[in-house]
Design a protein around this ligand. Structure first.
Ligand code: GLP
Length: 239
């Protein structure tokens, strides 16, 4: 893993965002996998600024996202789709037909097969962005007895519900989500991983220094050939 440590979230956003901008300029019809959460927001802000400044165009880029809540309308303000719309999709020149998202309100088995085929049809994901949960989850792959493969429906853990429920003020936070599986994430050609803040320090330690185990789903990244890790000093404090 290529580990890079920065002082501020903004510096990370710029450094990670620059990798995307350069990549898109060299590969205008690339396939990008995006992530939600507070952590990647500065990266999306940087990409949006660069697009607005005419330094990059997303007009032929195709995107996928890691996960989506179940039992929550796509248009609800807390859906991951709306998060992406607010933070990136509405601010760049992506074409709506080039944006694919897991549907949390349909048959999970059929949806998993549809998503896997859609990713394959577009040639696979070139760069997958990842954050991490406090318990070591990536996407919504919670600690488990074995590593998952393709997308599936998961029951969220109490730790995840506690962390994410701060965003829900009008409806209860969903208890289930559709998530890309570990197998699909590992197929991405390149992974950009970002973690910031003390609350992530233990998970980051276990991911990089711990044994590879589905009890810490992020630890599987030790086996990926191309992972760039962006950390602030707090997230790196136990390394
Ligand atoms: C979520 C997402 C993950 C994300 C993680 C951390 O629930 N499913 O993709 O990496 O939580 O989020 P945050 O960046 O807000 O800490």
């Amino acid at each position: 893993m290529d580990i890079r440590i920065f002082k501020t979230e903004q510096e990370i956003g710029e450094a990670a965002g620059k990798i995307y901008v350069d990549y898109i300029n060299e590969n205008p019809s690339c396939v990008l996998g995006f992530a939600t959460g507070a952590t990647p927001v500065p990266t999306y802000t940087y990409m949006a600024q660069q697009c607005k400044a005419g330094k990059v165009s997303f007009k032929d880029v195709k995107t996928f996202n890691l996960d989506e809540y179940c039992d929550l309308p796509k248009e609800h303000k807390n859906s991951f789709y709306m998060f992406m719309y607010d933070n990136l999709f509405s601010k760049v020149d992506l074409k709506p037909e080039n944006i694919d998202f897991l549907d949390g309100n349909t048959d999970p088995v059929a949806e998993s097969a549809r998503y896997a085929k859609s990713i394959e049809d577009k040639g696979g994901i070139d760069i997958q962005l990842l954050g991490i949960g406090r318990n070591g989850h990536i996407a919504f792959n919670e600690p488990a007895d074995e590593f998952s493969d393709e997308a599936y429906k998961i029951k969220l853990t109490e730790s995840t519900i506690e962390a994410n429920s701060i965003y829900f003020d009008d409806v209860p936070m969903p208890r289930y989500a559709m998530t890309m599986g570990i197998g699909s994430i590992m197929k991405a050609r390149k992974i950009i991983f970002i973690a910031t803040g003390k609350a992530k320090a233990q998970a980051v330690h276990d991911m990089i220094k711990g044994e590879v185990t589905p009890r810490c789903p992020a630890s599987i990244l030790q086996q990926h050939p191309d992972v760039t890790v962006f950390l602030d000093e707090d997230a790196a404090s136990l390394l």
